[in-house]
Design a protein around this ligand. Structure first.
Ligand SMILES: C[S@@+](CC[C@H](N)C(=O)[O-])C[C@H]1O[C@@H](n2cnc3c(N)ncnc32)[C@H](O)[C@@H]1O
Length: 255
């Protein structure tokens, strides 16, 4: 199978089309997203608690557990941000030194509060600066919408995992019905940014959370995400949905 490469203008499966209200095109997207996360990193955990009504950490832990994360596994958490998934992975494996987090935003990394022993690397899902086959579990929490090309990212996931390893990608997907979608949009696109305006330290935090909803609404259909995982060589690809909006994509690297 030919490995997809990260060539500008040659994207196979973008998670969503360019959102030109925020930046001009794919060429500018990466820099814009990076700058937004850098500037607003100090507000991330506080706004996440509002968005998730304080349930985010327990939900992430439960999801990792259901995905099969067990003590002793070596975990790579891609799009680690402030470490909300990595922290729960450290609890479940019982050894923080088994966890490596990767994120392109120096600001998010600086704001991370991690258990001692977690390794942190600056890098992107499309080019993960680690050796082949070193991990037995790969997690990604709410970062898939920010990669340039899912085909390239999933080929990297496949490369860095040992045979028999597991992938667990958490995302938010719009609910099926129009009413549910309208309610979620009202909450994510208007209520959360309005609250962010009141409590955030950075004036751009509200905009980032509005953008957050726009990427959810524009995101590729779950079937495309699953087919892209399969095309990258993963098997047993499936999706669990909680409360109609929290999607977890699960897959295995064959033995
Ligand atoms: C919404 S935060 C999620 C953080 C954390 N995983 C969580 O569950 O709360 C998205 C993260 O994805 C990171 N990100 C942006 N582009 C990325 C890329 N191409 N590859 C990996 N991570 C990326 C951002 O810097 C940010 O820290």
């Amino acid at each position: 199978m030919a490995r997809p490469t990260e060539t500008p203008g040659n994207i196979v499966h973008a998670p969503h089309p360019p959102l030109t209200e925020y930046y001009d095109g794919e060429e500018d997207r990466r820099a814009w997203v990076g700058e937004q996360f850098d500037k607003t990193a100090a507000d991330y955990d506080r706004i996440e608690r509002i968005l998730g009504l304080g349930t985010g950490s327990a939900y992430r832990r439960k999801t990792l557990e259901i995905a099969g994360l067990k003590p002793g596994m070596r975990v790579l958490d891609v799009g680690m941000g402030t470490g909300l998934v990595a922290k729960q992975a450290a609890r479940l494996t019982g050894d923080a030194s088994l966890i490596t987090g990767v994120d392109p935003s120096p600001g998010m990394i600086r704001s991370a509060r991690l258990p001692e022993g977690v390794t942190v690397i600056e890098g992107r899902a499309e080019r993960i600066p680690v050796a082949d086959g070193g991990f037995s579990f790969l997690s990604m929490g709410y970062a898939l919408r920010h990669v340039s090309d899912m085909s390239v990212a999933f080929a990297e996931f496949h490369r860095v995992l040992k045979p028999g390893s597991k992938v667990c990608i958490m995302e938010i997907t719009p609910p099926k019905g129009k009413i549910g979608t309208a309610l979620l949009k009202g909450y994510c696109k208007y209520a959360v940014p309005a609250l962010a305006k009141l409590v955030a330290r950075d004036k751009d935090t509200a905009q980032l959370w509005r953008y957050y909803w726009d990427t959810i609404e524009a995101c590729a259909a779950p079937e495309l995400v699953m087919n892209t995982l399969q095309d990258a060589g993963f098997v047993n690809v499936r999706r669990n949905v909680d409360l109609g909006i929290f999607s977890t994509y699960l897959a295995d690297k064959p033995q």
